[in-house]
Design a protein around this ligand. Structure first.
Ligand code: ATP
Ligand code: MG
Length: 211
């Protein structure tokens, strides 16, 4: 049996064509179903539906053989025990620093001010500001980062942006691009050795299907 860990929403939607290329079609839509384990058109393949940030953990411990996770999530997880053979080029966005429109970020950085930064992505933010030599107090949030500067919790946020619509709606501006983000196929290292004859054709079919 091969188990694939997926999260609901955009990753599930954008993964469907890639799995179909490997002959794998989930038998239910997780948006409509409350089932957390979903069978597929292949009796030897099942999908488990987990929180986006839990996908690497399921694959790391071998509870899933394969998974699909954003680079943002993989950086925070650390990647221990995972092969990351493919950039699937789906769920594309970018990691950036944003501040309220009136905040002079460049001047604050020049002055050597200590910035308060709210984010879900503590590791990414720590590395980014350390590399720039900017002193920050990082405040961990689990959602709606955009609210933090508006409510006076932080000077800046580190968050994912695609269209920029949410930032604009909250009078925030992107002041620094940190890195482009897309989703990766991740594979449990032990599974790849023990189940290579089944896993490798799936990986190859997905690779061929990537645009
Ligand atoms: P949860 O909703 O469980 O708290 P989440 O918000 O990280 O987790 P999603 O919003 O489904 O879950 O995002 C899943 C992945 O999709 C992210 O890890 C990221 O890689 C990517 N992603 C997030 N936001 C965007 C976006 N605006 N555009 C494109 N891809 C995105
Ligand atoms: Mg979300």
């Amino acid at each position: 049996m091969i188990t694939i860990a997926l999260s609901k929403g955009r990753i599930f939607e954008e993964t469907l064509p890639l799995l179909a290329a490997a002959g794998i079609v989930p038998l239910e839509n997780p948006e409509d179903s409350r089932k957390l384990i979903i069978g597929t058109s292949r009796p030897d393949v099942r999908v488990v539906i987990v929180r986006a940030s839990d996908v690497p953990t399921y694959v790391q411990y071998g509870a899933a053989d394969l998974g699909i996770a954003g680079k943002d999530v993989l950086i925070e997880h650390g990647g221990t025990g995972l092969y990351q053979p493919l950039d699937l080029k789906i769920a594309k966005c970018r990691m950036c620093v944003a501040t309220p429109a009136g905040f002079d970020y460049a001047a604050a950085v020049r002055r050597g001010a200590r910035l308060r930064v709210a984010t879900k992505y503590i590791n990414t933010a720590r590395e980014h500001f350390a590399a720039k030599g900017v002193h920050v107090d990082l405040i961990k949030l689990y959602g709606s980062m955009e609210l933090a500067p508006l409510a006076g919790l932080a000077d800046a946020i580190v968050d994912l942006v695609s269209s920029g619509g949410t930032l604009r709606a909250n009078n925030l501006v992107e002041v620094e691009d940190i890195m482009p983000i897309s989703s990766r196929l991740i594979v449990n290292q032990a599974s790849l050795k023990m189940k290579r004859s089944t896993l490798q054709p799936v990986i190859d079919a997905i690779e061929t299907a990537i645009q």
